[in-house]
Ligand binder design. Structure first.
Ligand code: ATP
Length: 318
């Protein structure tokens, strides 16, 4: 039976702007997404029957049809029924390193890995854009997770334009294990509080998204000016999450007082907060300092760095 092992990196949002409402009920967004070195490991095995099985080393992650990796395999089975009956079912084993429900796209990157892995297992020969299109059916962050890197994402987050790769920037991530922020709650609350300022005219929606393409942070990314990128971080969802979750606000403030932190921001709908830092040594020192300032065992801290890729194949077997 054939098998593939893949790595599935997390993402952070360097920029997240909510532009307006879309007719499909989602928000029109302009984001800059960045892959980071913190990754889950996904193993895919062909099994000689027609079932999809998911195993995960984290008990809080569902392994049934609620799991995005499961949904990705199901999507492939319905899209490619001949290959499914030829090659049989799939067993998916997820080794989690990315914190769950953290605003780091953990589930989305697992789903992207399953799309890439099944494409290989079933010899489908799909292109990157075909994989991204399939991913859009599973969630707005899934298309980005396929190839990763540094990307402008507009629409619901599924329309991608690559930016020059950033990689030599270090990151400290901070998240309280027991704290979860519902993404649906964050967007709904934002709509309740701030929809007055939404761009209503659809032509202007596109113009606003286009403005992000030429805006300050994009220029800083083209210039690879880390200090400037860090100054231009932005996330509209902080406006609703920080007032409601004082622990997230506290992490923001503790990071902001560290000398070597160039900039700090919440990722996605939180509750993970990240800090951008020039060197690994400084990042380790910041991690220690935050640990000293908040000696709470519920607080998880990770040192990682930006990376230029999405899903990667580690090994394959017969
Ligand atoms: P995003 O940044 O895309 O909003 P997230 O990082 O906030 O995602 P996930 O880690 O994907 O959040 O988890 C959100 C919820 O999805 C969890 O409550 C979890 O139960 C469920 N889930 C489904 N599939 C997975 C998966 N493969 N890995 C982790 N969580 C999953």
């Amino acid at each position: 039976m054939r098998s593939y092992t893949l790595t599935a990196p997390a993402k952070i949002n360097l920029y997240l702007e909510i532009i307006g409402d879309r007719p499909d009920g989602y928000h029109e967004l302009a984001m800059i997404l960045q892959s980071i070195d913190l990754a889950d490991r996904i193993e895919l095995h062909s099994i000689g029957n027609d079932s999809i099985r998911v195993r995960c080393d984290r008990p809080e992650v569902p392994t049934d049809e609620r799991n995005l990796a499961y949904q990705a395999a199901e999507l492939m089975a319905t899209q490619f029924p001949e290959a499914f009956s030829k090659y049989g079912g799939v067993e998916i084993t997820i080794n989690k390193h990315i914190p769950v429900a953290a605003g780091l796209a953990g589930g989305s990157t697992n789903a992207a890995a399953v799309l890439v892995g099944i494409d290989l297992l079933w010899n489908l020969g799909l292109t990157q854009s075909e994989l991204e299109e399939l991913g859009a059916n599973l969630g707005s962050d899934v298309p980005f997770c396929v190839a990763g890197g540094t990307v402008i994402a507009t629409g619901r987050g599924e329309q991608l334009s690559p930016l020059p790769n950033l990689d030599n920037i270090y990151i400290v991530l901070a998240k309280y294990r027991s704290l979860e922020v519902s993404t649906a709650w964050a967007y709904k609350t934002y709509r309740q509080q701030f929809s007055d300022s939404y761009v209503r005219d659809t032509a202007n929606l596109a113009a606003r998204a286009a403005a992000v393409h030429s805006g300050g942070i994009v220029k800083a990314i083209f210039e690879k000016n880390t200090a400037e990128i860090a100054q231009k971080l932005h996330n509209d969802l902080e406006r609703v999450v920080l007032p409601a979750y004082p622990q997230v606000l506290q992490l923001r403030e503790v990071f902001a007082t560290q000398e070597s932190v160039l900039g700090t921001m919440m990722s996605g709908s939180g509750p993970t907060v990240f800090a951008l830092i020039e060197s690994e040594q400084q990042a380790q020192a910041v991690k220690l300092k935050v640990r000293e300032t908040i000696p709470d065992e519920d607080l998880e801290l990770f040192v990682t760095r930006m990376t230029t890729h999405g899903i990667q194949i580690v090994s394959s077997g017969k």
